[in-house]
Design a protein around this ligand. Structure first.
Ligand code: PMP
Length: 389
């Protein structure tokens, strides 16, 4: 048991007591009225979280990677073309998935520290027709947040579907499916929803549902949305046994999210990210993404000279906070700190205090760039300067 440690990896995220309580309830039958009403409520709430009125929501046992597969398999047929915008590891994963299904995929890889520039996307789709364009909202390997709303404006000028991998963003950073014209938001339970891993989650536009219906057979069974659709409409129907306890926990998380209010939730994520970054900069760390691409849900942090990755993370953990190492080409060069889900400000301040203690105990000295510790009132000053409400 790791109870006393604060889990600040970029997912799974700390579990809210209400969600833990939901998980501790007895398992009920997957065709019982209790499960039916919980799944129905979770599906309805999910649509509100991504600002979608008409689309079809899906919650199935699995993980984010299954949701990625489901999104592609149900919208793009073999031989059709898909454009993948990548700012890191998970964009590249989407490309591998597309290739493994025999799709004709083009990968647009961003420059280091950046997302793909909207103008590069515009240029590409003016040259070729794509059935779908896929973008990772926040790539969890690089911490780079893509300008999804700007991409949407460009993609909406053509017929392509727009698929957003929101695994590290949905429920923490704005994604307005209807207003922006997003066709699929795919995500998972373990990040901004703050539920243990175990669910693949999607909301799918009418356009994509119609396309799926027009494709007679697809090379999928469990991942076929048409097999799940009757269950999502009436959860007393059976297709494959749903994880009832996990659905109950997910439903609780959607209630927590909507009670907080979407704008408040986005604002809290923004504030926490700013507080954490200000402190890290003050301590001499810096970030993989350029300023305008920094994500509100996690920070991918480069070490100042003299700090060794393994020793740092071990010492941080001994001081009460678990963060993740880098992946791909960033392994050993960065640490990744999640700040998403139902994290509280007191947990953030605890983590920053632990960070200073950990650095002191490995003998790292720093010259503070400001004498002021980051506080909520400092943050208010930052926001006022930026003209935010
Ligand atoms: N996309 C992104 C942006 C992710 O961060 C992750 C997981 N870290 C995935 C997809 C894959 O999700 P999972 O690990 O749940 O399969």
């Amino acid at each position: 048991m790791n109870q006393e440690k604060l889990l600040l990896i970029p997912g799974p995220t700390p579990i809210h007591p209400r969600i833990l309580n939901a998980l501790s309830q007895p398992t009920v039958s997957h065709v019982s009225s209790v499960h039916v009403s919980e799944l129905k409520e979770a599906l309805e709430n999910l649509k509100n979280i991504v600002f979608c009125q008409k689309g079809e929501p899906f919650i199935v046992a699995g993980a984010g990677t299954l949701a990625m597969e489901m999104a592609l398999l149900n919208s793009v047929a073999e031989g059709e073309r898909v454009l993948i915008l990548s700012q890191g590891f998970f964009g590249q994963r989407m490309n591998k998935i597309a290739q493994s299904f025999g799709l004709d995929s083009d990968l647009l890889q961003s420059e280091e520290g950046k997302a793909v520039e909207p103008e590069v996307l515009r240029d590409r789709i003016s040259q070729k027709n794509y059935t779908a364009v896929v973008a990772t909202h926040v790539d969890t390997a690089t911490g780079i947040c893509a300008p999804i709303d700007e991409y949407a404006l460009i993609i909406n000028e053509c017929e392509s579907f727009f698929i957003v991998d929101g695994v590290c963003a949905t429920g923490g950073i704005e994604e307005r499916m209807d207003d922006w014209g997003i066709d699929i938001v795919l995500t998972a339970a373990q990040k901004c929803f703050g539920v243990p891993p175990g669910l693949a989650v999607l909301v799918v536009s009418e356009r994509v549902m119609n396309k799926r219906k027009s494709l007679k057979a697809i090379p999928a069974y469990y991942a076929d949305l048409l097999n799940w659709l009757p269950v999502m409409k009436d959860p007393s129907k059976y297709f494959s046994t749903p994880c009832v306890n996990e659905v109950r926990a997910f439903n609780e998380s959607t209630k927590i999210i909507l009670e907080e209010g979407m704008e408040n939730r986005f604002g809290r994520h923004r504030r926490m990210a700013q507080i954490i970054r200000k402190e890290l900069l003050d301590l001499g760390f810096f970030f993989v993404p350029e300023d305008r691409y920094l994500a509100d849900t996690l920070s991918v942090v480069r070490y100042p000279e003299g700090i060794e990755d393994g020793i740092f993370r071990k010492t941080f953990a001994e001081n009460g906070v678990i963060v993740a190492g880098g992946i791909g080409h960033l392994a050993g060069k960065v640490f990744r700190m999640g700040h998403m889900g139902n994290l509280t400000f007191s947990q953030v301040y605890f983590a920053l205090d632990a960070l200073r203690r950990a650095l002191a105990s490995i003998g790292y000295t720093w010259e503070s760039k400001s004498n002021i510790r980051t506080t909520e009132s400092d943050f208010q000053k930052i926001r006022h300067k930026k003209g935010e409400g």
